[in-house]
Design a protein around this ligand. Structure first.
Ligand SMILES: NC(=O)c1ccc[n+]([C@@H]2O[C@H](COP(=O)([O-])OP(=O)(O)OC[C@H]3O[C@@H](n4cnc5c(N)ncnc54)[C@H](OP(=O)(O)O)[C@@H]3O)[C@@H](O)[C@H]2O)c1
Length: 283
């Protein structure tokens, strides 16, 4: 297959690039905004035709949750209008969405069939992207994920390692619960979808296994990174001046993905160990 991976310079895109080396039977086209702006319909159609693309894996997105509140129009252009463009190319699409389509007020893990109620501009634009993709391309696969980190790009893990070296004490919220997800494990899940002989369209939830708070996550990051001189304390969300409301409980039920594709998913701490291990080798 000829596979186009968009947003290839982001966290997930880079992990797709790394993992593609273990799937050499396909030909890959890794692009980011400089090579292919997914909001440019003519450019997308030309790229798909010129390179006989069979499958698009969309890793491109407007991911800055706070900035999206101030500029929802731009977020909508990238997270919804462009996703509809990708869906209109007459090829299969694997797209990535977010736990932010839910309100975050739940107390049990969300299933794919649960009602959505996005509370943020980012969540609204991502939900709009899901709807418009499925309308344009009913064969699409959408993977909703959460709390993504990787050795590439900026993310919570890298920020907490930096702050752990810079500061003697740090307050981190303990009243927001979710599942940290290693982008390499999400990339592996995308390859599972690609390699499964029978195509199973629809929406799926994919994160690592287990749950924790941002506070617990930070403690684990510091332990694995060998940071000992920074005291991490639990604080309430109201003590941290968030620009945008954050979900209190944002856990996704992954049963459908595991059952459909017959896979086990790594525990979040296992993913974190692998990522911090790679970051240690790099530094
Ligand atoms: N990060 C999370 O915690 C999280 C949580 C839940 C779901 N997700 C979803 O997971 C997916 C992957 O996220 P990620 O963290 O890997 O994102 P990321 O690191 O922000 O990467 C997104 C990439 O898309 C590029 N891009 C932006 N606009 C584009 C355009 N018009 N055309 C082509 N490329 C464009 C970005 O370039 P610039 O950097 O230059 O803008 C960036 O390289 C996204 O769909 C995201 O919504 C992420």
């Amino acid at each position: 297959m000829n596979i186009l991976v968009t947003g290839a310079n982001g966290q997930l895109g880079n992990e797709m690039r790394v993992l593609s080396e273990t799937h050499p039977k396909h030909t890959y086209f890794f692009t980011d905004i400089a090579e292919l702006d997914i909001t440019d319909k003519a450019a997308v159609s030309a790229f798909v035709a010129d390179n006989a693309i069979d499958l698009i894996v969309n890793c491109a997105a407007y991911t800055n949750v706070d900035k999206a509140e101030e500029d929802e129009a731009t977020a909508m252009k990238i997270n919804a209008d462009a996703v509809a463009i990708l869906g209109g190319q007459g090829v299969k699409v694997i797209h990535v969405s977010t736990d932010y389509v839910f309100s975050g007020d739940e107390h049990v893990p969300c299933k794919e069939s649960d009602p959505v109620a996005p509370r943020t501009a980012y969540g609204r634009t991502k939900y709009e992207g899901e709807k418009r993709l499925l309308a344009a391309c009913p064969e699409a696969v959408i993977l909703r994920t959460a709390w993504l980190y990787s050795e590439y790009g900026n993310n919570f893990v890298k920020t907490m390692i930096r702050l752990g070296h810079e500061k003697e004490k740090l307050g981190v919220v303990f009243d927001q619960i979710g599942t940290p997800t290693y982008a390499a494990d999400l990339a592996a899940a995308i390859f599972t979808v690609i390699e499964t002989p029978c195509w199973h369209p629809g929406i799926y939830h994919f994160t690592n296994e287990g749950v924790c708070s941002w506070f617990d996550f930070t403690i684990a990051i510091h332990e694995l990174a060998g940071i000992q001189n920074c005291k991490v304390s639990p604080i309430l969300s109201e003590e941290y001046q968030y620009k945008t409301p954050r979900p209190h409980y944002s856990v996704l039920d992954k049963s459908k993905f595991k059952k459909t594709f017959g896979v086990e998913i790594p525990y979040w701490m296992d993913g974190l160990k692998r990522c911090v291990g790679k970051l240690k080798i790099e530094n």
